[in-house]
Design a protein around this ligand. Sequence first.
Ligand code: SF4
Length: 280
Amino acid sequence: MSSPKSSGINNEQNAQYLQAMGIQSWALRAQPLTNVVEEAVEGVVEDTVSLVTENAVSAEVAEVMVDAAEHGVTPATSDVDVTVDVSQLDWPALQSMVSSCTACALHESRTNTVFGVGDHQAQVMVIGEAPGADEDQQGEPFVGPAGQLLNNMLLAIGYKREQVYIANILKCRPPGNRDPQPEEVSQCESYLQRQIAMVKPKVILAVGRIAAHNLMKVETPIGKMRGKQYQYGDTPVVVTYHPAYLLRKPSEKAKSWDDLRLAMSIIHAADESKTNKDTS
Ligand code: SF4
């Protein structure tokens, strides 16, 4: 584990960010970052409906799942599980498989699966815990007030929501928002692993205790995890507080801001390293 030497954020930006953090809102008020926002790539989210793929296995699986969904049935385990290597699925096939997944009991009480949203080539991947009531209804992660705060936090470091990829440890809502059970995490893990492998983010932002613990396979209190760089395979991980917690305890926003700066410094360090390699 190591800490980058430079944040890559100049003093002017720093003051602007701190202002955004200190006024009890992550809303961006400084002009320079507006440029970043305005440069957001239109149409960056790939068409996840298309089943065109070069991967024959993926296409076959997708066909099974979509056909099943269209006919309102859950495919038999033998239709998919024996042939599916989740690590080989493409985006459409993976999403189709998740939408029909019955691997753990949470499928019985869900309204929608919550697959994930965002840029498939994002530099930053945000990983949260599991869908809540709003997410379960809408089929999208981080909606509602916590989602709005997350959006503002991301804007404060120069990213629109559409420019990151957002997913959860679990794709289905645990009843009553209880903590995920280990067996549920275990059953759902391969989907997230595949998402991370396809996005290839420069940094993962693990938000909240559940995300941090299940990603890093530790039980260290989140207060002791934040401020450090972890690794998930080859991907750096930064741990920070969940936006829902920050809404309850705004005084912790300053620490969360430090975490975001750490995440940005990791991206800048990776970019500098690549530039140096390209020019040497
Ligand atoms: S939580 Fe994950 S493993 Fe369980 S049913 Fe939903 S998608 Fe499948």
